[in-house]
Write a protein that binds this ligand. Structure first.
Ligand code: DQA
Length: 138
């Protein structure tokens, strides 16, 4: 069975409550249940942290074993050399996702330390960005 993991960065634990005009009103737990039901022939693990080092630790932990990583590093996308380096260091391919179209937003969101090391980037499709990333691994 194919093993994928979705890794979410800071503030994404508040999805559904947080700026719903940008990020929608569905919680990630609800969305994940839907996705797990729909793609029930693969294993989809989930990890969320607001702490940069914990995201790096998780990438190291899964990055030699899993078949794919769907990563929304959230605000750390735009700041974290450490997460960018972690993606370079591991074997498992990473697809970078964003709920919003970061290029249509503030200038500081146009920079990504993830993109140069990612297999691909999917952004701007709401929570569907995650589903498109999962499909890219199938
Ligand atoms: C985000 C975009 C980031 O700029 C922002 O900091 C987030 C969420 C997105 O999914 O649209 O927290 O990664």
């Amino acid at each position: 069975m194919k093993k994928l993991i979705i890794i979410n960065g800071p503030n994404l634990n508040l999805l559904g409550k947080r700026e719903p005009n940008i990020y929608g009103s569905l919680s990630f737990t609800e969305f994940l249940e839907e996705i797990k039901g729909k793609y029930n022939t693969i294993e989809i693990a989930y990890f969320q942290s607001n702490v940069e080092g914990e995201l790096i630790d998780k990438l190291h932990e899964v990055g030699f074993d899993y078949d794919g990583i769907v990563l929304n590093a959230a605000a750390y996308t735009h700041t974290s050399v450490g997460i960018g380096d972690a993606i370079k260091a591991i074997d498992t391919p990473v697809v970078e996702v964003h709920i919003s179209n970061t290029f249509g937003r503030e200038e500081f969101r146009h920079q990504s330390y993830i993109s140069p090391n990612a297999k691909g980037v999917i952004l701007g499709f709401g929570l569907q960005s995650y589903e498109l990333a999962i499909q890219s691994f199938l």
